[in-house]
Design a protein around this ligand. Sequence first.
Ligand code: FAD
Length: 244
Amino acid sequence: MNNWDSFKELVLIEKKDVCDTIKSFYFKSKNGEKLPKHIPGQFLPFRIKTDDATMKEVMRTYSLSDLPSEDVYRISVKKIEGGVMSSYLHDKLQVGDSIEAMPPCGVFVLDESLPKDEPIVLLSGGIGITPLLSILLANAKDRNIYFVQAVQNSNIQPFGEDIDKICKENNLKNTVFYSNPLDTDKIGENYDVQGFVTKEWIKENLPLNGAFYFCGPPIFMESLEKNLLELGVSQDKINYEKFS
Ligand SMILES: Cc1cc2nc3c(=O)[nH]c(=O)nc-3n(C[C@H](O)[C@H](O)[C@H](O)COP(=O)(O)OP(=O)(O)OC[C@H]3O[C@@H](n4cnc5c(N)ncnc54)[C@H](O)[C@@H]3O)c2cc1C
């Protein structure tokens, strides 16, 4: 879309369940114009007017969770109980409806100057998967990526099958952590490790000479950063996106 420097309308063309509490939303431009391609890792700011008496505007940002495209943007949103925007998207916005958004922005993107053979480690916690999935999809073919997905269990594991498939196809290492597996979850089938991503596990399983990118709940990111620094990874190789 030309001169897209403030809010413009996007139209919802599809709404899809991903797993418990998470849905994906697919948008096109309203007037049929091409969209600017995002850089994997970037997000879109959205704006709505709440229906309370004040008609207050609410703005939230959502990472693009798919490959860059000029035709369709995909975001994937976890519904937060009592959350204004996530509830609006899940419960009110219907296919054919419009929503205001700004163009893709954000600096949580892969450093393109990294040597092609330098390992890239992508670690996601919960809904923090969204920017990392876009980075994985765009770089799986020509980067040596180690992917780590940490979730509670299979009920709330977004995109597990897609990640497994793309990692297998490209010979990439993919590790799934469940902190609270269901009785039906089987180690070696649905997931690889029970518990949290520990310092010891990182030391034994990840390339400490790589570049690290992570996104997830605050406690997940704080612990990862602390552990990586203690293991000697330099601060300039540690990159993360906060969702708050
Ligand atoms: C760069 C970036 C990228 C992001 N990408 C994604 C993404 O890809 N997917 C995704 O799902 N999220 C993403 N987020 C998070 C997203 O922007 C929202 O913060 C999230 O969806 C919650 O917004 P909400 O309006 O639904 O909740 P809010 O209305 O902001 O509420 C959040 C919490 O606060 C509580 N709360 C609200 N009002 C009050 C009050 N008055 N008193 C006490 N508690 C209150 C709510 O109950 C809820 O628990 C991203 C955030 C950032 C910064």
